[in-house]
Design a protein around this ligand. Structure first.
Ligand code: ACO
Length: 334
């Protein structure tokens, strides 16, 4: 049976670190409140790095580790919800930056579930023979979408990119089970408007009031009902993991590591508790990087891999949730 195997990982974080203490100077908050409610102590913030430069750096490292030349790659997927440009897509820009001249390249936007959705898209391409290998990247510069005067959201997010090289193989067990879902009716819970909401034609034909203008300005930043997202995540992530495990014919005790989207330490605690799983099996890096949206899972995977904490044959669960609403889990053999 054809399946896929991750053969290389890489990540990139901007050099500038913003600590909770620094945020205390910007909004009415405290290091203690942020640590207690989220587990986050600091995050990396772009001072010029872009979704494409971070993605390209992570991609170079993943290719190097996989021992693959860029020209050998035939599919590039970039998961992002914070591109700098509408056109061309980030994946095509990464293709040009790394020299993957033979690859098909396009973006996937499923917010914080983006990497998982992209991984499963690549799996479908590889299993059906449409591609032999793929570069899958999650990359975000969320700092440009964050309202730095809103203390309830600006404390959460960071910038960075993670990449994996996946290759088709006949023997490896690869992805064993999955569960992916979207619920567009929950879109209002977590949203961010495009910079230009009205066409020049609409602007000239219908003058806006000052009040409407102010509303539009707010819509350009991430707006989130934090408690609702929290409830969604703590209820649906364990269900989704159980569903993926059932698809794989496995149970919670069979899993060596749960690599979850790094949104909030309390969410991870709650998921572990609901699954009756050992909390030690849920590694985190959110203390140092915050919520990296689609980059969250691949950055953590790369850190674990380079620290020697992933071993061939380990059974791992990847799980993410985010705007859309979207949610996904997949069970794989490393
Ligand atoms: N510092 C100090 N006080 C704050 C801060 C802050 N940074 N932010 C909010 N508060 C205050 C509130 O104003 C409120 O004050 P009040 O009681 O006087 O009204 C109080 O703290 C409690 O606010 P809550 O919103 O109830 O705080 P909560 O414990 O729910 O924590 C948080 C908020 C951290 C946002 C939490 O709800 C959460 O993590 N939700 C999930 C968010 C998430 O994961 N988002 C990412 C999704 S992934 C994606 O797709 C991008």
């Amino acid at each position: 049976m054809r399946t896929i195997r991750i053969t290389g990982t890489g990540s990139a974080l901007p050099g500038r670190i913003v600590t909770n203490k620094e945020l205390e100077q910007m909004v009415e908050t405290s290091d203690e409140w942020i640590r207690e409610r989220t587990g986050i102590a600091e995050r990396h913030v772009s001072v010029g790095e872009t979704v494409v430069t971070l993605a390209s750096e992570a991609a170079h490292k993943a290719l190097e580790q996989a021992g693959k030349r860029a020209e050998e790659i035939d599919l590039i997927l970039v998961a992002t919800c914070s591109p700098e440009q509408y056109l061309p897509c980030c994946a095509c820009q990464v293709q040009a930056a790394v020299g993957a001249v033979n690859a098909l390249a396009f973006d996937v936007n499923a917010a914080c579930s983006g990497f998982l959705f992209a991984l499963n898209t690549a799996d479908a391409y590889l299993r059906t023979g449409l591609a032999k290998n793929a570069l899958i990247i999650g990359s975000e510069v969320l700092s440009k979408l964050v309202d730095w005067t809103d203390r309830s959201s600006c404390i959460l997010f960071g910038d960075g990119a993670g990449a994996v090289v996946v290759e088709r193989c006949e023997a490896s067990p690869g992805i064993l089970g999955r569960a992916l879902h979207s619920d567009g009716t929950g879109g209002g819970v977590l949203q961010c408007g495009a910079r230009e909401l009205t066409t020049p034609y609409a602007r000239t034909s219908a003058a806006k009031t000052d009040q409407k203008q102010q509303t539009d300005d707010r819509e350009h930043y991430i707006q989130m009902d934090g408690q609702e997202v929290y409830r969604f995540a703590t209820r649906r992530v364990p269900q989704c993991i159980e569903e993926a495990l059932a698809d794989a014919g496995l149970a919670v005790p069979d899993i060596d590591l749960f690599v979850l989207h790094q949104a909030n330490a309390r969410i991870i605690d709650a998921v572990a508790k609901r699954l009756h799983a050992d909390r030690e099996k849920f590694p985190t890096n959110l203390e140092r990087v915050g919520n990296l949206s689609s980059a969250s899972i691949p950055v953590l995977l790369d850190e674990l891999h380079r620290q020697g904490k992933l071993h061939r044959g380990d059974r791992i669960v990847l799980a993410g949730f985010g705007a859309g609403l979207t949610i996904g889990a997949c069970v794989m053999t490393w």
